[in-house]
Design a protein around this ligand. Structure first.
Ligand SMILES: [Zn+2]
Length: 120
């Protein structure tokens, strides 16, 4: 549960975007979409595992999570090959060299939320 604090902050930010209750029907946060970059330093799989538990524990109902995984620009210092990789431990596809020099925004950001339809 390394990411509980981060998840709480994300949920707080997401909940702040849910419109206030109307006609006694509170809007519910249905889904959170995160945009993940390999250089963000966040273990996306671990985050996803923690998210399910932490969401239920902190707001009392399950919230779906989608992680959009971006790739990092990579260059090989040995053979000069350029490309895109989805993880920081990737080796050069051309010559197998490791590590590659990675570039990119390195972000892990709240991209979009979905609010449940309270129904009729
Ligand atoms: Zn190479």
């Amino acid at each position: 549960m390394h990411y509980v604090r981060l998840i709480r902050e994300i949920l707080e930010a997401a909940l702040a975007l849910v419109p206030a209750a109307t006609n006694d029907r509170a809007g519910r946060l249905a889904k959170v979409r995160m945009r993940w970059h390999p250089l963000s330093g966040v273990d996306a799989d671990h985050f996803a595992e923690d998210f399910a538990l932490a969401a239920n524990a902190s707001i009392g109902y399950p919230v779906a999570l989608e992680i959009v995984r971006e790739s990092a620009s990579a260059s090989c210092d040995l053979c000069g090959s350029l490309g895109e990789v989805a993880e920081t431990l990737a080796t050069c596809p051309a010559c197998g060299h490791f590590p590659l020099t990675l570039e990119g925004a390195g972000e892990f950001v709240l991209d979009e939320i979905e609010i449940a339809d309270p129904g009729c």
